[in-house]
Design a protein around this ligand. Structure first.
Ligand code: UDP
Ligand code: MN
Length: 252
């Protein structure tokens, strides 16, 4: 990777040109070591072939509390901004692998967040997911992510945070686009292969939290984000954040 020009902390900048896009890839993470190894070794060369200026940030949640994917994304966004300026963010599950080099990991335009993983191996053999599906791999401009106040921090355990993000995007009149929307014959280039794992038990409260979310857009998210940074390390293949987060009382 050093020979390939990869900088410390999993950063890259093409040598032969200046990239128009500076992208932070944020990956929520806990206990998926095998997936992470494959992800990093696969994604770095993939992103470099696209001549992007990027960094991979792994945000790991410490043990003891139910996993909170949305909150880890918010933390990744926050911490990346503390380091430097990025035009956009790609929020990326560790088990998703883009199959085709021409699946663009460039920045989406302002006002047009991109749902990237809508054609997935396990989802009816790559049949496009419903338009409201906003999980897996999702790209937003930095301005848009700020505008929508990030993800909700209120989803502990599996499910709901991606639906809530979709609601926020709609609420703010942003338009969700999908790669190759205008070139349907090329849509197979947006395919994702996934690494298999045991299905998590859905959080039984997720629907209720989702229903209440509409009144909390403004206050639940980047605005009230609280966490304890246990460690920040610039590793050869990624920037590693380890954080402690705790459920607080739900505000209304
Ligand atoms: N994740 C993780 N450890 C966990 C749960 C989730 O690292 O214990 C991260 C990981 O990036 C994963 C993403 O959160 O890809 C979404 O969780 P999961 O894969 O369980 O969701 P599903 O595939 O069932 O939608
Ligand atoms: Mn998964």
């Amino acid at each position: 990777m050093k020979e390939a020009g990869l900088g410390i902390g999993g950063r890259y900048e093409p040598i032969e040109c200046r990239s128009r896009h500076k992208v932070a890839i944020v990956v929520p993470y806990r206990d998926r070591k095998d997936h992470l190894t494959v992800f990093l070794h696969y994604l770095h060369p993939f992103l470099q072939r696209q001549q992007l200026n990027y960094v991979i940030i792994i945000v790991e949640q410490s043990a003891g509390t139910p996993f909170n994917r949305g909150m880890l994304m918010n933390i990744g966004f926050n911490e990346a901004q503390l380091q430097e300026t990025f035009e956009c963010f790609i929020f990326h599950d560790v088990d998703f692998l883009p199959e085709d080099d021409s699946n663009p990991y460039t920045c989406p335009e302002d006002g047009r967040p991109r749902q990237m993983s809508f054609s997935i191996d396990y989802w009816d053999n790559y049949k496009p997911t419903p338009r409201s599906h906003f999980g897996g791999v999702t790209a937003l401009s930095t301005a848009d992510f700020r505008r929508i106040n990030g993800y909700s921090n209120s989803f502990w355990g599996w499910g709901g945070e991606d639906d809530q993000l979709f609601q926020r995007v709609k609420f703010n009149n942003l338009t969700v686009v999908r790669s190759f929307d205008e070139q349907p014959l090329l849509v197979h280039k947006a395919r994702y292969k996934t690494q298999s794992h045991q299905k998590a038990q859905p959080n039984p409260d997720r629907k209720q939290v989702l229903a209440e979310g509409n009144v909390r857009f403004q206050i639940d998210g980047l605005f009230d984000l609280k966490y304890q940074r246990l460690n920040l390390q610039f590793k050869p293949l990624y920037t590693h954040l380890l954080v402690n987060i705790q459920p607080g009382p739900i505000k209304s």
